[in-house]
Every structure is written in structure tokens, then in C-alpha cells.
Design a protein around this ligand. Structure first.
Ligand code: C5P
Length: 222
């Protein structure tokens, strides 16, 4: 396949990362999880007790932080300043705070810069909220994944059960709605479908059906 860029955006728990990994593997492309980068900074800020509303301190913190996405044995690992935080950044504390950090324009500016650098050589599948609109506006394929909040909460719930976490369905649903609300209403680079993105409602589709349909778009574009 031609080395193109595939941008996958959409609300929380819409299946972006699961599907992106499949598509990347199929095409032998690199998968870049931009949400993990915002999560990594949130994790470090919480640990250093920096207020999530203090934009100046947060952007200084980011300037002083290396975030690496590396391919581990069976999954991608996330390193902050060389330390593996792959599991830590998925905690509910980080999940429920990350959108406050992602609101700040100076933080986003630096993240976008780093993400664009990672995608420079193309041959990438990148997922997030602003990939098609800000990070890779010239991506050859842009997908906007959506699904009902009920279905997204159900998927997240099943995932948690599988991992052996107990979780409260109604609470999960509320947290997803809250995160979407903050991400969609923020002033800088809000979650919105790019004009030229293909919208896929995955509510009644299987993971493989979604992946197939994206691979089909890639075929058309290459
Ligand atoms: O994709 P994930 O759910 O891990 O993203 C976590 C959070 O990071 C999002 O809810 C959003 O606040 C922020 N984010 C963002 N822009 C991106 C990716 C993630 O603002 N490109």
C-alpha cells in the first residue's frame, strides 16, 4: 500500500484504538494513539500536583517531558521520561481528568507539533479528536467514528469486566458523556467531524466490519 496518513477521530470509547490497531497491522502502518499523549501529561501533572487549570505550568511541564509510544511484545507501550506508564494512564482518575488538560491551547500546540513529527513519514494510522481537522488536515483518508453513548458505555463496561475490574454501567455512561461534552465544547480544536471525513456509525457494526470498511476507503484512496 502507498504510504498514506489515515486520520481516525470520534468521541470517547467509539472503538477508535481497537479499529486503528487492526487497520495499521493490516497495512503494516504505524499506529499513533494521540489520546495516550494527553493522558501521559495528565498522569505526570497529577503526580506532580500541578493544577489542571494552570495552563502556564502545564505547558512548562510538557516542554520538560518526553512521551514515547513504543512497540512492546504484544502491545504498544507508553513511556513518560523513560518510565512505562501504559497501565497508569488508563486509570479512571486520569480518564476523568484528561479533558481538562486537553483544553489548553499552548498544550495542544505542542502536542500537535509532536504528533505531526511522528506522522512525517506517512504510513500512519493516527487516532484522536482533532486529527482530521488540525493534526493531519491533509490526511488521505479521514474517518469519523461514532456510536450511541449506550453502546459505547456497554463496550467499555464489557472491556472492564474482561480485565477483571468491577464497574458501574450508569457511572461509566455519565463519565463518557461528560468527557464528550468537554471535548466538544472546548474553544480550541474541539471534537468535530472534518468536512471531508467519512462518518461511520458503529453502533450496530462489529469491530471487523468497521475495520473492513476503513480498509475499503484506503483502497479507494490509493
Ligand atoms: O482517545 P482517548 O480517549 O484516550 O483520549 C483521552 C482524552 O484526550 C480525550 O478525552 C481528549 O480530552 C484528549 N484528546 C484530545 N485530542 C486528541 C486526542 C485526545 O483532546 N487528539
Amino acid at each position: 500500500t502507498k504510504q498514506i496518513a489515515i486520520a481516525i477521530d470520534g468521541p470517547a470509547a467509539a472503538g477508535k484504538s481497537t479499529v486503528s490497531k487492526i487497520v495499521a497491522k493490516e497495512l503494516s502502518f504505524i499506529y499513533i494513539d494521540t489520546g495516550a499523549m494527553y493522558r501521559a501529561l495528565t498522569y505526570k501533572a497529577l503526580r506532580e500536583q500541578i493544577s489542571l487549570t494552570d495552563e502556564q505550568k502545564l505547558s512548562a511541564l510538557l516542554a520538560d517531558t518526553t512521551i514515547e509510544l513504543v512497540q512492546g511484545k504484544d502491545q504498544q507501550r507508553v513511556l513518560v521520561d523513560g518510565t512505562d506508564v501504559t497501565e497508569d494512564i488508563r486509570s479512571s482518575t486520569v480518564t476523568n481528568q484528561v479533558s481538562y488538560i486537553a483544553k489548553h491551547s499552548s498544550v495542544r500546540k505542542e502536542m500537535v507539533k509532536r504528533q505531526q513529527k511522528l506522522a512525517q513519514k506517512r504510513g500512519v494510522v493516527m487516532d484522536g479528536r482533532d486529527i482530521g481537522t488540525q493534526v493531519l488536515p491533509d490526511a488521505e483518508v479521514k474517518i469519523f467514528l461514532k456510536a450511541s453513548v449506550e453502546e459505547r458505555a456497554k463496550r467499555r463496561y464489557d472491556e472492564n469486566v474482561k480485565k477483571g475490574f468491577s464497574s458501574d454501567f450508569e457511572k461509566l455512561k455519565q463519565e463518557i458523556e461528560q468527557r464528550d461534552q468537554i471535548d466538544s465544547k472546548r474553544e480550541v480544536a474541539p471534537l468535530v467531524k472534518a468536512d471531508d471525513a467519512i462518518e461511520l456509525d458503529t453502533t450496530d457494526l462489529s469491530i471487523n466490519e468497521v475495520a473492513e470498511s476503513i480498509l475499503n476507503e484506503v483502497k479507494k484512496a490509493t
